[in-house]
Design a protein around this ligand. Sequence first.
Ligand code: GUN
Length: 280
Amino acid sequence: MIIDGKKSAEELRKELKKKIIELKSDFNAVPALTVILVGDDPASKIYVKNKEKFAKEIGINSEVIRYPSNVEEKTVLEKIIELNKNKNISGILVQLPLPEHINKRKVIETILPNKDVDGFHPINVGNLSSGYKGNIPCTPHGCYLLLKGIEKSLSGKHAIIIGRSNLNGKPMAQLLLKENCTVTITHSKTKDLKEECRRADIIIAAVGRPKLVKGDWVKKGAIVIDVGINKTDSGIVGDVDFEEVSKVARAITPVPGGVGPMTIACLLQNTIECFKKSNF
Ligand code: GUN
């Protein structure tokens, strides 16, 4: 089975659109998202364009603030502080990666936790790991929703996460733990990645290595979620060898059309949640 992330994202956006209509009638206002984009990384430009497009499509007020790659860190931090104070702005997102001279940690920690639609602020990270409410990072949240769409109860399943990033691997582990999965996080120093994968009921590949996960790495009937977006000579491919793995997996996400659209839909959901927090 191929997991249709595009369709799931469309359905979620439809629900969110309805919610915004209700909010508009209740508060006479709609959620607003400001995205800050520094530099001209081609992939980031595409991601940001899509975030803006889908936000507008469901009725979120969306604005992108663009800075050249040599912008001073201070300018970005001052803009975030200004947006923090602006009651009309529900969510702030600074697209990553940032140029080296800008301290990513400072940027993330300057965004108010209640406007942090990425869920990257340590307060939101702490809330997630403590099992409290807070903004959940969009990509792992999207993976989680796709998984739940396949299998209602994940309890007792053995999940392997390939990659330990703050954006994906670590928050993914928290979400799966909450579902009572047994979670293994693997990384570049893991001794026998293939063997780890072969034991898993669920594989989340989020490492940025084209077609790393092969057919003989996957147990028959496993669910495979591919977070990778890798540019190669033969086009965009994931971290999973789709052709091989789709023959053994019970369900697998394609790249593109799997996790990507869900990431954006979850961002829109977080923006609405932030709006609600500032109005209730
Ligand atoms: N760059 C790649 N993915 C993301 C994301 O989810 N959020 C932000 N802010 N930057 C990213």
